[in-house]
Design a protein around this ligand. Sequence first.
Ligand code: HEM
Length: 399
Amino acid sequence: MTTSPQTAGVRLPAHLPHPFSPAGRADPGPAYRWLRAHDPVHYDPFSRMWWLTSHADCAAALRADGLSAAAGQRERARSDALPPSMLTTDPPEHQRLRAPGQSLLGPAAIRALADVLGADVDALVDGLAPRADGVEDVGAPFATAVFGRLFQLPRADWATFAALARAASVNLDPLAGPAVAMAGRAAMGELSRFLTAHARTVTEGPLARLGADTRLTERERTGILGLAVVGGWQPLAEAVGNALYWLLPRPDAVALLREGDADDARLLVQELLRLEAPIPFTARVARAQVALPGGTVPRGGRVLIIIGAANRDPAVFERPDELVPGRAANPQLAFGAGTHFCLAAQLVRVCLELLLTRLVRRHPSLSLAQPSGELDWDPRPLPRRLLGCPVTTGSADVH
Ligand code: HEM
């Protein structure tokens, strides 16, 4: 184990733009590669955080008892309109809030959701215009359908829900300025009121079971729903654009998805999530000195676990910057790991497999309308998302 590099003051070479600088945000990859190779547990003086870029360090940090998610999330908390959620609490309180979430996102809920979502996905892909946007016209309505079904929202409320979810999603951006943060707080309040009022009307199904759970107060219940929306709606929508960015330029991968079996789709979705994790990092604070494989974080140290860098670590992934459709061993960290592992990971995977498979089966010539190298990434670091993902179905007569 190496010692803390903070005093050593390892600096990024001048030719590599800082990943949070305007030049570095669109493509933080080169800086992450350098850090992973030269200083995997790196003290970044700009953010005053310890940056972890190797898979071994990120995976260990996500599971480390000494690193507090509660304190880490407070670093960027923008909302006092919601009570503490499972993501902003540490064990043992965390489990009290997480366990009831299973009734909403666990295996029974996934089975029920997959049954009804199929028809929504078919309607979505059948209605796709010959030229469309992979996020606005596919990802966003898909995410809305997933939540609409999950939360048992009446169809008439889906558009209102989508607008609220979009507005509240600004809370994801840890670098948002004061005006955006204030708007995010207001949106969160509005979303919470909407979800509370809706939950009171539901008498059966997963949402009602969550409502009947005596381990939670109504405010805590709303907190779980609100966290799911802020942590899930936009990442799910963007995951679609990010996936199409890698998938569509690869006819072999598209063919595998179109003609292959459920296992092929499962491996491919894992690989697409690895390449462009919509949540590229998360934060923690060290309650005590924490020893990681690549270095030590001192007590009180603020830690940035860079999932996007870990997922491209050549020590774990052969050809890390390439789409490898049948990659069998794929310990990607797009959903985190350990105590706070995404409660909806399985649900997200199942829904993405369903959408992408039906999309390429219905539109066999679907392709990017521009070369992928010409598409722009959002300069905001979180979520990792394309500014636009124009696609063409390749047949003006489809419908
Ligand atoms: C592609 C889409 C998604 C990605 C990439 C993603 C990723 C993540 C990650 C990385 C974490 C861990 C954060 C941390 O350790 O600090 C997390 C936690 C969580 N996610 Fe997701 N997520 C996605 C979609 C969703 C959806 C759709 C929902 C709900 C319907 C959801 C619900 C949650 C919850 C409740 C937690 C907190 C778990 C806990 O603290 O115990 N996520 N997610």
